[in-house]
Ligand binder design. Structure first.
Ligand code: SF4
Length: 755
């Protein structure tokens, strides 16, 4: 491992160093006594070492079957509102709050943060007061994006972390099992309640070779997303190993881990490596690096481990990829992309290039981008559209500024945005196009569902590495391939970019940045009053949901049969709606507004069966609620993919939906539904989906006496013909989850157990 001289002062690593001795003991017990010395994958080692009580698993642990009760080591408006219902004085594990999703990108970093501090004052005051009361670290607006801050400060090899965002697996780049969950799951960890998950299956991905000049870690995951598709990782951990791992930077591995969420994976994990050691040391956590080094044998898979699926990738053969539009798994190697553009008849123009975000704003990313921007600057070539750069944290921003990177990016016309999510979460006050104008943008973000970045359904959003995004905004053409094509410089001469190069870590170490953006850390103060203004339109105390009535459901009306992709963005849109995240009643007005109704092929239009008139989905749902008509959703495959946004579950529950039937669910959303007391049912025969339409009346047989693995029958009465039939559905509810359902929500159960 590299030795580092003149390290800056260490951070206090007491709470962030995993308790390796205890973890090793737990793991030894599970591996020797329960699994009879079976070779284990890295993900299994980390998960099993965090079992709440390893002795509960006498019967063995089977991937894909056994529910694990885990105790995370560490880590939002809705999570806090729910934690308040749990009635705890402080959090049981270290936790942090990050104000990253509410800063609109418009005039540049400083002005945008100031504007957000004014427009979101009540939210930030609420979060800060809750952090003070419960002893949670509070990261102010402008300090950075949660996953980058976690990588820089909290992630540690061999640790287990929950985060209330789907890209929490970013910390897998530092060897951690980090899982995206809803706020209610985070409340489990904060309240010292075992957190439950079905033991995931493992996809082993062996990396050979090393990346060629133009390729970057982003291209590994863009390529893999094309192979696995948005559902291919469901129920699995992606576990990388092999000689190629040692050629990757820690932040590059974080990029790959971050975007594992796009294939539906539970998380991604990399074995402990030299680059992790160096990154930990450079981010002033040498103690963690040393402790991890001592425990290195447990921070990699055993040899001869069996993987449920096995993929081999030769990094040397991976070329840059461009994925999209509208789905992250539509993957095209750059050498074929011009053909795709021509074949689809897309306008050959790039309107904006956006780099950075939690996924790709490392020092390495930025220094490689700057190596390209410098070439363009020398040749007098300007970006042909908007060029935005989002640093992931204040540490990165300050280091970029100190090392002259910012100056070069600004000289070529780039605009540095706030250290926040900004356009990645739809907080982009876009002024360069007309409303709903068809256009194409490239981003180095991780997600590209329709409407995601600018609320324009006609923006085609493609994902690529920061290097490729940068060259393409200088070219202004979708068909441009920097590896083969030339631009014309200021003298009218052809100019070809040299391949990018850059430093993995800054030679002078990371800069500290603005000390006003340091986190506020408190031990918890029970006398602090949590600030929720009276009559606020943006914050509202949660009321517990009613428990299950104890009978079969009868007279449930199908509100909508959803066709095709229905992500959490479709169920609970972001962008302008984010300001209502702390107010369940108000944000519920966006419920399913992006969903396509299979009956009429229209988005957000359903028939109100009580009035006979068409209306938008939330309006009709609310009408049913006010008239005491419970309703359900019938959905297609992978319902609820995308963001961990638990509002997508809370809102349907709030508006009166006790169950959803789909062809399949995305993992996080399925759990979120369970946590909020909604029963997620899956067609045993997916063809039965075709039999339903809006307005059908259903009743259940099997909810009374619900047990793990026991089917639920759905009796259907067609609303137009009165024809009746039955379909069979299955579910994945564990014994404990059935208790959540009975109590009305997981939180009701926690609160019940406490009082
Ligand atoms: Fe990362 Fe974008 Fe999510 Fe923010 S919104 S955490 S930048 S993926």
């Amino acid at each position: 491992m590299a030795s580092v001289v003149n390290r800056p002062p260490e951070k206090d690593c007491t709470d962030i160093t995993p308790p390796y001795t205890k973890l090793t003991q737990n793991l030894a017990f599970v591996q020797q006594k329960i699994l009879k010395d079976k070779p284990l994958s890295l993900a299994e080692k980390i998960l099993y070492s965090h079992l709440y009580d390893p002795r509960e698993y006498d019967g063995g642990i089977v991937r894909g079957e056994t529910y694990l009760k885990l105790k995370p080591d560490a880590s939002a408006q809705m999570a806090i509102l729910q934690f308040m219902l749990a009635g705890m004085p402080t959090t049981a594990v270290p936790a942090s709050i990050h104000c990253d999703h509410l800063i609109e990108a418009f005039q540049g970093a400083n002005k945008d943060v100031k504007a957000a501090e004014i427009s979101n004052k009540e939210i930030f005051d609420f979060l800060q007061s809750a952090a003070e009361k419960y002893g949670i670290a509070f990261w102010k607006p402008g300090s950075g994006i949660i996953h980058q801050i976690v990588l820089e400060n909290y992630a540690a090899p061999g640790g287990l972390m929950l985060g209330t965002d789907s890209h929490t697996p970013n910390a897998g780049g530092l060897g951690m099992v980090a899982i995206g969950v809803g706020g209610a799951d985070a409340v489990d960890a904060m309240a010292d309640i075992p957190w439950e998950i079905k033991a995931p299956k493992i996809i082993g991905i062996k990396l050979n070779g090393s990346l060629s000049k133009w390729s970057s870690p982003k291209d590994v995951i863009l390529n893999l997303a094309g192979k696995l598709t948005v559902r291919g990782g469901t129920g699995h951990v992606l576990e990388y190993f092999g000689p190629g791992v040692d050629t990757l930077s820690c932040t590059g591995m974080a990029t790959i881990s971050n975007m594992g969420a796009e294939v539906g994976a539970t998380t991604t994990v990399f074995p402990f490596s030299n680059s992790m050691y160096s990154y930990l040391t450079e981010t002033r956590r040498h103690t963690v690096a040393e402790e991890a080094l001592k425990n290195a044998s447990n921070l990699k898979a055993d040899s001869n481990v069996h993987y449920d699926q096995y993929i081999e990738l030769n990094l040397s053969e991976i070329e840059p990829h461009i994925n999209g539009p509208f789905t992250p798994d539509l993957s095209t190697p750059i050498s074929k992309f011009a053909e795709v553009v021509a074949k689809n008849g897309w306008k050959d123009e790039v309107k904006a290039g956006l780099i950075g975000s939690c996924t790709n704003s490392s020092y390495q990313d930025m220094s490689r981008v700057v190596s390209l921007a410098s070439q363009a600057l020398d040749k007098g070539i300007q970006p042909k559209g908007k060029f935005f750069i989002t640093p992931g944290s204040e540490q990165i921003r300050a280091t970029m500024e100190r090392d002259g990177q910012t100056e070069i990016l600004e000289q070529v016309g780039g605009k540095i945005l706030a250290n926040a999510c900004g356009p990645c979460i739809g907080q982009w006050k876009r002024t360069d196009i007309k409303e709903n104008e068809e256009n194409a943008i490239l981003t180095s973000f991780n997600r590209n569902f329709r409407n995601r970045n600018d609320n324009n359904p006609n923006t085609m959003n493609f994902l690529a590495s920061p290097e490729i995004v940068t060259t393409m905004i200088f070219a202004g053409k979708l068909s441009f391939n920097p590896m083969t094509d030339a631009l014309i410089d200021k003298d009218g001469e052809p100019f070809k970019f040299q391949s990018p190069h850059g430093d993995e870590l800054p030679h002078q170490g990371f800069a500290d940045g603005n000390e006003d953006l340091e986190p506020i850390i408190t031990v918890g103060n029970s006398s602090t009053k949590i600030t929720i203004p009276e009559n606020s339109s943006r914050l509202q105390k949660l009321e517990p949901f009613s428990p299950w009535h104890g009978n079969e459901f009868k007279e449930l009306k199908v509100l909508v049969k959803v066709k095709g992709k229905c992500t959490t963005d479709h169920i609970s849109a972001a962008g302008p709606w984010l300001k209502y995240k702390g107010h369940l009643e108000n944000i519920s007005n966006n419920t399913l507004i992006g969903a396509l109704n299979a009956d009429n092929e229209k988005i957000n239009v359903v028939k109100n069966d009580l009035t006979g008139k068409d209306g938008n989905i939330p309006e009709v749902a609310r009408y049913y609620k006010e008239n005491n008509v419970p309703w359900i959703i019938v959905a297609d495959h992978n319902y609820g993919e995308g963001s961990a946004r638990e509002h997508a579950a809370l809102q349907v529950r709030y508006l009166g939906c006790p169950l959803i039937i789909s062809k399949s669910f995305a993992r996080i959303h399925e759990t979120n539904l369970k946590k909020q007391g909604v029963l997620p049912l899956v067609f045993k025969d997916e063809k039965d989906y075709e039999l339903f339409s809006g307005g059908d009346i259903i009743e259940t047989v099997g909810v009374v006496g619900l047990e793990p693995g026991k089917d639920v029958i759905i009796r259907v009465k067609k609303h137009e013909t009165d024809k009746e039939f039955e379909v069979v559905t299955k579910h994945t509810m564990s014994k404990d989850q059935i208790e959540w359902f009975k109590m009305g929500s997981a939180l009701n159960l926690i609160a019940n157990q406490r009082f």
